[in-house]
Design a binder for this molecule. Structure first.
Ligand SMILES: Cc1cc2nc3c(=O)[nH]c(=O)nc-3n(C[C@H](O)[C@H](O)[C@H](O)COP(=O)(O)OP(=O)(O)OC[C@H]3O[C@@H](n4cnc5c(N)ncnc54)[C@H](O)[C@@H]3O)c2cc1C
Length: 484
């Protein structure tokens, strides 16, 4: 179908005001957050209701038009922009952004998929509750995108991934049929758990249009500390001990290497180093409780840190003494992604291994990089409590500009690191998802039978490959990627 006919049809189905075609208006939707992936589309469609989404998908599926759903466009693996075919539409959920219900007694809220995550956190707080999903992109990402990618973030150690926060879902299937599974039941063993099929499917099986989510008591007390270590072994060992000491209160356990900390200090506005000398490794710890006081919680944390400070396991420590100091510490942590972008060309790897293997991974990955790519600086930040490291091989812009085959080099660096994670029972994609960037790794690192079952599910629900082709699994009829 010609592009103009697609645009006309979209205008008819959703209203002219909800279809964007001007190049300048489309541009921000066709390039990803890190400016590494671009695509083309006939138009950007902003549905306002589930009926709009249903009508658009039914039409596209019947006419062979590919649909690329988009939330806040903060994907870091090329999942949120269309491919280069052009004969497709981009479906941005941003105008479906209503909170439909908040029920404090039920500890639940039901929301449309286009709600910005930070707005939902605030809506929960306004109802004297907490929605615990939190990540650096929370001011832009949408809950539909969080669900589609099963996002993680800094509170997973206590509250789990997005998948663990979902009670019910509404989704539109590739053929336009609406599945309404919006419910807030805690127990419901009546057949297959369909919501978990759509969570983490990255829009390849349909469009998530609304969700019922779990709420938790609002924290009354918070204690935050930044701890310094000479070795990553000491940092991990202490993290494991804190997990045992504060099983109900430990909500954040983040690892930061000296290289990452200094990059963030260099580039994040108003960032201030709380240490006189930056330690080799740091762990940002946060405890939260629904009763008691900040002081009492800080005292409990300080008491737990006494022995490791005395025997020099911890070489330096800052316990936040005010809300501003707490926010300052998190400011450094939350700005690493932006800061890394300014620093150089960072090849980011979102690996996970069992927490106790982190020191092994860091040692082996560092040795492999030093041997094969001595120009790369290892920059490490991660959700240590989940065994999830963002391991960045940082190249200077100057060096990277001179690399002739950038794709090939990126792939070789990545596979060096993924191979090490694989030997430890780890994964190449812990929380960011697959997008278009890691499709090759699916066939290289995942069990063939697992991928085959995924393909069968995709074929069953989306036989025409209408939804997000080439994301998660290769586009149908695509030549399988080769790996040198
Ligand atoms: C600064 C920064 C920090 C980040 N920190 C973290 C972190 O700590 N943890 C983490 O897990 N991720 C993190 N991310 C990655 C990213 O923010 C998450 O993947 C987020 O969940 C994406 O949400 P989004 O709304 O931006 O989705 P998009 O980027 O727009 O889309 C992501 C994928 O979901 C699909 N999709 C979007 N909406 C829908 C829908 N309604 N229905 C079906 N499919 C849909 C898209 O097609 C695409 O495949 C970070 C990114 C940035 C830029």
């Amino acid at each position: 179908m010609e592009q103009q006919s697609i645009v006309d049809a979209m205008r008819e189905l959703t209203g002219a005001a909800n279809v964007v075609t001007a190049a300048a208006d489309m541009a921000p939707h066709l390039i990803d957050w890190r400016k590494r992936h671009t695509g083309i589309a006939a138009c950007v469609v902003f549905p306002r209701s589930v009926e709009h989404v249903s009508a658009v998908l039914a039409f596209c599926n019947a006419h062979g038009i590919k649909v690329f759903p988009q939330g806040g466009n903060t994907s870091v693996c090329g999942g949120s922009v269309p491919d280069a075919s052009g004969n497709s539409i981009l479906l941005n959920l941003g105008k479906m952004n209503r909170v439909l219900d908040i029920n404090a007694q039920d500890n639940s809220m039901t929301v449309e998929a286009g709600c910005i995550l930070a707005d939902l956190q605030q809506a929960a707080l306004d109802a004297d509750r907490m929605f615990p999903l939190t990540l650096g992109a929370e001011g832009s990402c949408q809950i539909g995108g969080n669900l589609a990618t099963n996002a993680g973030g800094t509170n997973v150690v206590r509250f789990g991934n997005t998948r663990d926060l979902v009670l019910g879902l509404q989704a539109v299937l590739p053929d336009g049929k609406v599945w309404n599974g919006l419910r807030t039941l805690r127990k419901n063993n009546s057949g297959y758990d369909l919501k978990n099929l759509f969570v983490g499917a990255e829009g390849t099986l349909g469009v998530i249009t609304a969700a019922s989510l779990k709420l938790f008591p609002k924290p009354r007390a918070v204690a935050t500390a930044l701890l310094g270590f000479d070795t990553v072994d000491a940092a991990v060992q202490l993290g494991i001990e804190l997990q045992s000491a504060f099983p109900g209160e430990l909500v954040g356990l983040e690892l930061i290497s000296q290289s990452e900390f200094e990059i963030s200090l260099r580039h994040a506005a108003n960032a201030r180093n709380p240490f006189e000398r930056t330690p080799a490794w740091m762990v940002l710890v946060e405890l939260a409780a629904s009763a008691g006081s900040n002081d009492a919680l800080a005292d409990a944390l300080t008491a737990a840190l006494e022995a490791p400070l005395e025997n020099s396991t911890i070489v330096d420590a800052v316990v936040a003494s005010s809300e501003q100091q707490r926010l300052d510490l998190w400011h450094i942590r939350h700005h690493v992604t932006e800061a890394n972008g300014r620093e150089g060309m960072g090849l980011t790897h979102d690996i996970a291994v069992p927490i106790y293997r982190i020191p092994d991974f860091v040692a082996q990955a560092g040795a492999a990089l030093a041997e094969h790519y001595p120009q790369a600086v290892p920059v490490i930040v991660g959700h240590m409590g989940d065994g999830n490291l963002h391991y960045i091989a940082m190249f200077s812009h100057e060096y990277w500009a001179g690399v002739s085959d950038k794709m090939r080099m990126q792939s070789k660096v990545s596979h060096l690191l993924y191979d090490i994670a694989a030997t430890m029972g780890g994964t190449f994609s812990a929380e960011h998802g697959i997008g278009s960037l890691h499709v090759e790794e699916m066939s290289l690192y995942k069990d063939a039978q697992e991928v085959a079952i995924m393909r069968q599910v995709k074929d069953l629900l989306d036989p025409n490959d209408t939804m997000n082709p080439g994301r998660v699994l290769p586009a149908r009829n695509a030549t399988p990627p080769s790996h040198a």
